[in-house]
Design a protein around this ligand. Structure first.
Ligand SMILES: O=C(O)CCC(=O)C(=O)O
Length: 218
């Protein structure tokens, strides 16, 4: 990714927006430090087991609520039975700022109250298949932050895993928000481009993705 060539904001579908270079270098470093701490527990980062016996190539740790296919719980019964780390207030502030920027309206994020985050780590081989984020009980937007190696993010439609879809390169610092008519669109990560991240973020290799969501659970 050539940092000298500005990448424009795009809207791959109604309700979906990609904002390149949204996080500052310091925010990226701060998030990498925080992710490292979350990865250590109380519920450690793990490859999620799927009900049919498969194992995801991505490693995930959750905040606020623990996600396992296909539900949220307070305790990580598929890992160590522990309660996941609290969802920090500052991460909610970041989510509200993301929505305000997405809509280019300072008030747009005021009522956004994410209560869970899924922190995904991809090594160079990891992938994520096309899926919908639909275990939340609200239609509030998903805010997605990327750090480290660039990936190909496939953003599709709400009906099928197949076409039409748009492939978007998500680089370090990029923001992607999907809400409104795109909230339940299929999406996935078919490819990570190893060696494209900047080790100055604190991540020597691989890719971090953090998605903020509103579960609607109490
Ligand atoms: O890594 C990404 O950009 C997407 C992550 C994702 O789709 C998910 O956590 O559900």
């Amino acid at each position: 990714m050539n940092a000298l060539i500005p990448r424009p904001r795009t809207r791959p579908a109604p309700g979906a927006v990609h904002v390149p270079g949204w996080l500052s270098a310091e925010e990226q470093r701060h998030l990498v430090r925080a992710c490292r701490e979350w990865a250590g527990g109380p519920v450690p980062i793990r490859h999620t087991r799927l009900p049919r016996g498969g194992v995801m190539s991505v490693r995930t740790v959750c905040l606020g609520w623990h996600w396992q296919p296909y539900r949220y719980t307070r305790t990580a019964d598929d890992v160590n039975g522990g309660r996941v780390a609290e969802f920090p207030g500052w991460l909610g502030d970041l989510g509200r700022r993301a929505l305000a920027d997405e809509y280019e309206d300072p008030r747009a994020g005021e009522t956004y109250a994410p209560d869970t985050a899924l922190v995904n780590f991809y090594d160079g081989q990891a992938r994520m298949g096309m899926h919908q984020d639909k275990d939340e009980r609200t239609g509030d937007p998903v805010v997605s932050l990327s750090i480290g190696d660039t990936c190909v993010f496939r953003f599709g439609n709400t009906e099928t895993r197949g076409r039409p879809y748009t492939d978007v390169e998500l680089a370090s610092g990029d923001l992607f928000v999907f809400g409104g008519p795109s909230r339940f669109a299929y999406h996935g990560v078919p490819k990570v481009l190893p060696g494209t991240g900047d080790p100055a973020t604190g991540l020597a290799s691989g890719r971090l993705n953090i998605t903020l969501r509103v579960t609607g659970l109490t």
